[in-house]
Design a protein around this ligand. Structure first.
Ligand code: FES
Ligand SMILES: [Fe+2]
Length: 413
């Protein structure tokens, strides 16, 4: 007797509700991926970097959102602005370096300007077009520089001074409207003092971005994490709240981690973020793909850039307090790395999990059902976080997550 034949494998158990599983095509179908870029990624606020990565006027970073090139720069007025990194002349990428300073002279342009190397047009730090080569000779009085500035994007520096950008000019929400409800639990810890990025790495992983977000928002997989089993799994751990917030965000509430139970482990109390009780751990998962993970003495922030249905780039940042002494910073880095560094306990285990899912859900693979049916009174192993995320996804996409060929709105009626 086979365990289950194809027909049985493809029939969902009758007892499951339609919000208790999703169809794997939402992770593998390239057409759905393209639609997500338009309906979700181009319309959301994203924490693209931290202000400490642009410490001086004229410092910049480049990135992409939904394949659109973006440039973030600190002006001489200290304000951080974001622009489309595209020249209004003939569509050339203006800045090609990942980060740097516009104070440096470049072969193709003046310092203190963003210069497009193609025909030498120059822009100031507010995105105004400052210089057009052979302007009068070629355009006479037909074109005005004031009509040829860069496209400025909405940009806010908030919640621990992260730099948030959205491509959507018509989004009437501020970052606070968008994420404030979920980030409220750690806002005072993030805003008490200036923070500083002490760790940055990025990884390109063969999986769908939502599978990474899922792994951040479900804790049932703590069975995979030796560190979490040993330092958690107390009655307080199992009572840890897991609560849905508006706009698809989720907050995993705190409990006291028993760091001393791990081999050679010690309490991290003395380096707790301001206002955070000793060894507490909050996790905030923001729709559609960012995560604030405050583990007592170190903050980790993951930001995703989906590259295709089966590839995601994840940027990992570790932050401490700007005023740390060298010794405090070293210990904070050690705390961060013991869990999330290259030889840490957790990060590679999570990556193995989602890469394994990714290899079983390649574009063109047959649809499978992915179950998210645990109910445990909105506590740590309740899969409410994923269910909530996919309701928001369904609304934005107007597709039913458990059968993306059906319209969400009709199924909801
Ligand atoms: S494309 Fe930028 S100056 Fe021509
Ligand atoms: Fe994990």
């Amino acid at each position: 007797m086979p365990s289950r034949n194809a027909a049985q494998w493809n029939t969902p158990p009758n007892s499951l509700r339609i919000d208790e599983f999703v169809d794997s095509r939402i992770y593998s179908d390239p057409a759905i991926f393209e639609e997500e870029l338009e309906k979700i990624w181009k319309k959301s606020w994203l924490p693209v970097c931290h202000e400490s990565e642009l410490p001086e006027p004229y410092d910049f970073r480049t990135l992409t959102i939904a394949r659109e090139p973006i440039l973030v720069v600190r002006g001489p007025d200290n304000k951080i602005r974001a622009f489309l990194n595209v020249c209004p002349h003939r569509g050339m990428l203006i800045e090609r370096r990942p980060s740097g300073s516009f104070l440096e002279n470049q072969a193709s342009g003046n310092p203190k300007h963003m210069t497009c190397m193609f025909h030498g047009w120059q822009f100031d730090m507010k995105g105004n077009c400052a210089m057009i080569t052979r302007e009068k000779e070629g355009y006479q009085d037909r074109l005005s520089r004031k009509d040829l500035g860069l496209r400025e994007l909405r940009c806010e520096t908030t919640f621990g001074n992260f730099v948030w950008v959205t491509l959507d000019d018509n989004n009437t929400q501020s970052v606070n409207d968008w994420a404030g409800d979920a980030l409220a639990c750690i806002q005072k810890n993030l805003d008490a003092e200036p923070l500083e990025v002490f760790h940055y790495h990025k990884a390109i992983i063969g999986t769908n971005y939502k599978l990474w977000h899922d792994t951040n928002s479900e804790f049932y997989h703590d069975y995979m994490h030796y560190f979490n089993r040993i330092t958690g799994f107390t009655p307080e751990y199992f009572a840890r709240k897991n609560v849905a917030h508006k706009n698809g965000h989720v907050v995993v509430g705190t409990f006291e981690v028993q760091y001393e139970k791990y081999q050679l482990g010690k309490s991290r109390a003395e380096l707790s973020f301001p206002g955070l009780p000793p060894n507490q751990w909050f996790m905030v998962d923001l729709f559609p793909g960012a995560n604030f993970n405050l583990r007592g003495s170190a903050l980790r922030v993951d930001v995703m850039t989906p590259l295709s249905a089966d590839t995601v780039m994840i940027e990992f940042r570790g932050l401490g307090l700007k005023r740390d002494t060298a010794e405090e910073r070293m210990r904070r880095i050690e705390h961060h790395n013991s869990i999330w560094g290259p030889f840490g306990r957790n990060l590679h285990e999570d990556l193995l999990g989602v890469a394994g899912q990714g290899s079983a859900m390649l574009p063109g693979s047959e649809p499978r059902r992915i179950i998210q049916a645990r109910h445990e009174n909105e506590t740590i192993h309740d899969e409410v976080g994923m269910r909530h995320f996919y309701q928001e996804w369904g609304r934005r996409m107007n597709r039913l997550p458990s059968d993306p060929t059906r319209k969400y709105m009709e199924a909801a009626e």
